[in-house]
Write a protein that binds this ligand. Sequence first.
Ligand SMILES: NC(=O)c1ccc[n+]([C@@H]2O[C@H](COP(=O)([O-])OP(=O)(O)OC[C@H]3O[C@@H](n4cnc5c(N)ncnc54)[C@H](O)[C@@H]3O)[C@@H](O)[C@H]2O)c1
Length: 381
Amino acid sequence: MQELFALLHPFKFKHRSLCMPEDPKMKRECYGVFYVTYDLKAEEQTKTWKKMINIAVSGAAGMISNHLLFKLASGEVFGRDQPIALKLLGSERSFQALEGVAMELEDSLYPLLKEVSIGIDPYDVFQDAEWALLIGAKPRGPGMERADLLEINGKIFAEQGKALNAVASAALICLKNAPNIPAKNFHALTRLDENRAKCQLALKAGVFYDKVSNMTIWGNHSTTQVPDFLNGRIDGLPVEEVIKDTKWLEEDFTEKIQKRGGVLIKKWGRSSAASTSVSIVDAIRSLVTPTPEGDWFSSGVFTNGNPYGVAEELVFSMPCRSKGDGDYELVKDVIFDDYLLKRITKAEAELLAEKKCVAHLIGEGIAVCDLPEDTMLPGEM
Ligand SMILES: NC(=O)c1ccc[n+]([C@@H]2O[C@H](COP(=O)([O-])OP(=O)(O)OC[C@H]3O[C@@H](n4cnc5c(N)ncnc54)[C@H](O)[C@@H]3O)[C@@H](O)[C@H]2O)c1
């Protein structure tokens, strides 16, 4: 089950300070120094000052967020002239840690970070969010069945989907629980897998990784994912013209990418957090900046209307292009061969089976959970 989402709110927002709500009865307070009311003198205000954007982050006290929040606050993601408000959602258990995160943000004196608020009620925290980065979920613990984890995290995303639907001024479970938000606004993260694939192809070809482009990850962020070397390019050439070792591509490369997360957990003792947060930044930037001519990026998006024949009503990673307006379109000029199609079908079958496991959470009746093999990496889904 894909698990990291970036949601873009569909409506243009009318800003009001979340720390100082118009309705004084509204329960909202900013954290620490962000509570202070600033009274900017006219001459201190810059003419180019943009309207603040509100970014909600769940799992804000987690490992990934510990990298991501500081990237967001620095201006690396939305631009060095874009003020932001961070709305951090934690769980009851992690509230103390959440305060610790807010303290570190205070001490960082980021000029673009105008407001920070923390809370454990998604209805409160998602209020007026233009972006919601849903990173809060339970990583798989030892001996935990995949179906059990789907159930636990499914409930979290169902609740957060409902909260977004109710209050957000803008994968599948969240989307299905938020019918007022266009399905196109939901993304599940496969960018980390794309980055890993680019890195391994560059290594094999003996080139720097910026030479690798048009890299698609098809399917799920699990070991059925399909890193697509048929459509990928190295220095503008098809991958297979540069790397002529088909066995390596089909077996070693594919498996390396599929299992990279698990290998890293074994070495590092924990799931990738820094590179995941880098890939979240990449994924957001791909939606807010135009895709370079001829290139594309991967994202887990809703399959309805897809031109590849992937089953509808799924969230499936596919190749996307964006004009930089937050929206995207699917890339049409991709080719398929038997190997690629077979792999994509396997990934599709897995997501269809997972969907049956969470039928009760997406309004599709009683769940029937029969997952054929374990394709999920511990601590990383
Ligand atoms: N798609 C990917 O590429 C990718 C890569 C790595 C990790 N992941 C997944 O990302 C998730 C986060 O990873 P992490 O390393 O930051 O984990 P982590 O355990 O360090 O952090 C998760 C945080 O979420 C909080 N949380 C749990 N339930 C919550 C809820 N209902 N509302 C709000 N917060 C809640 C926890 O208290 C914890 O602080 C994990 O589920 C992991 O499997 C995905």
